[in-house]
Design a protein around this ligand. Structure first.
Ligand SMILES: CC1(C)S[C@@H]2[C@H](NC(=O)CCCC[C@H](NC(=O)C[NH3+])C(=O)[O-])C(=O)N2[C@H]1C(=O)[O-]
Length: 351
């Protein structure tokens, strides 16, 4: 069946709804065999008033987890790691439970607690306390290990940034190089992602970029410009910088099989439900959303101070959408932005 034309008015309405819910600006870029369509609303910089720009870079938050997963699965393909081996086989003594496997990390079923819940319990003070800090992977893992496990290994899905901190440790142990080198050599260079980078612990977003604005917890309090930060609290769990076009290319190329073997991509897209709606699923470092029109889309979402991101493609990689709003800590803005997915992939609702 031919895919429905995207409802770009619906995409624009979703972007405007994100603005109505506190985002200074938002944008979306949709790619299909019929071509590229972009929409932008509002500003990328509240001080200068510069308009949102679809060529601008921004922090993609946990969409970084899919970059880290691709690298790890390539290492599995190369025989350097095994998905069902204990993590401690490669990082002796790292985890207190020998039963936790590499696969448990990628499926958020390890039971390792998410240290960011406490770190950002008070949004702005928590952010200000870490925005210029540089953590080692071990310091972040220690924050998690100081907390109770959240599940027996493999038993249930409990999302945790700690899982992808350990993924970063595995990548650096297996390659003997920083994760930045692996992202560059295995993803950024082969796909020519000229607006994608991993610059931890540099706090800047170089070149044309979107400024991010964090909502404080206190209603009515002024937005906080959160653009400059190390993102050292996340690193391989959330510190990649990219652009709408590069994210379209990344998710599309991933689904078209340019980064992983067919068997490994099949493993990555083999999912289990993450909630009771039976429309939201998680595979290996990858989300699957089942849309109202029956289309299944694969990708990831991101929430980092000042930026909400969605980056998804169809399973054949022929249709991709990336969307960003330059705010965070405002759930209604995030939900509104998510409306771009149904509009783009399902097209106009029947009258
Ligand atoms: C599962 C998520 C939503 S959270 C996880 C990761 N982001 C974080 O862990 C940052 C959490 C604090 C962000 C902050 N919120 C607060 O400080 C609240 N007190 C804000 O909104 O800027 C990411 O990205 N993932 C999202 C994902 O995967 O979609």
């Amino acid at each position: 069946a031919t895919a429905p034309a995207p409802d770009m008015e619906g995409v624009t309405a979703a972007l405007k709804a994100a603005m109505a819910n506190g985002a200074p600006g938002a944008m979306a870029r949709y790619v299909s065999p019929e071509g590229i369509q972009s929409r932008t609303v509002g500003v990328r910089d509240r001080v200068s008033g510069a308009a949102m720009d679809v060529n601008a870079r921004f922090r993609i938050g946990s969409v970084s987890k899919t970059f880290s997963t691709v690298v790890l699965l390539q290492l599995v393909q190369e025989g350097k790691l095994s998905l069902d081996a204990p993590v401690n086989k490669y990082l002796p003594g790292a985890l207190p439970d020998e039963r936790i496997t590499v696969r448990h990390l990628l499926t958020h079923r390890s039971g390792l607690a998410d240290y960011t819940d406490a770190m950002f319990n008070s949004t702005v003070p928590g952010f200000e306390a870490v925005r210029n800090k540089v953590f080692s992977y071990q310091e972040l893992l220690d924050l998690s290990l100081a907390l109770p496990r959240t599940t027996e290994p493999g038993v249930s899905y409990k999302y945790s940034n700690a899982n992808f901190v350990v993924v970063g440790m595995l990548i650096e142990k297996a390659t003997g190089r920083p994760v930045a080198d692996a992202y560059k050599r295995r993803i950024i260079t082969p796909l020519k992602l000229r607006n994608t980078s991993y610059v931890h612990p540099d706090t800047r977003i170089k070149g044309l970029h979107v400024r991010g604005y964090l909502h404080p917890d206190e209603a009515g309090a002024p937005l906080v410009d959160s653009t400059e930060q190390t993102v050292s609290w996340a690193q391989s769990a959330g510190a990649v910088i990219s652009s709408p076009g590069d994210l379209n290319m990344f998710t599309g190329a991933l689904m078209r099989g340019r980064l992983l073997s067919p068997a490994m991509l099949q493993a990555m897209t083999t999912v289990t439900p993450t909630d009771a709606t039976n429309t939201r699923f998680y595979g290996l470092g990858l989300r699957r959303y089942d849309l109202s029109c029956g289309t299944q889309i694969f990708g990831h979402t991101g929430t980092v101070q000042g930026f909400y991101t969605y980056a998804f493609s169809t399973r054949d990689g022929m249709r991709s959408l990336s969307a960003v709003a330059n705010t965070s800590n405002h759930g209604a803005a995030n939900t509104a932005l998510g409306g771009t997915l149904e509009a783009a992939f399902c097209g106009k609702k029947p009258a």
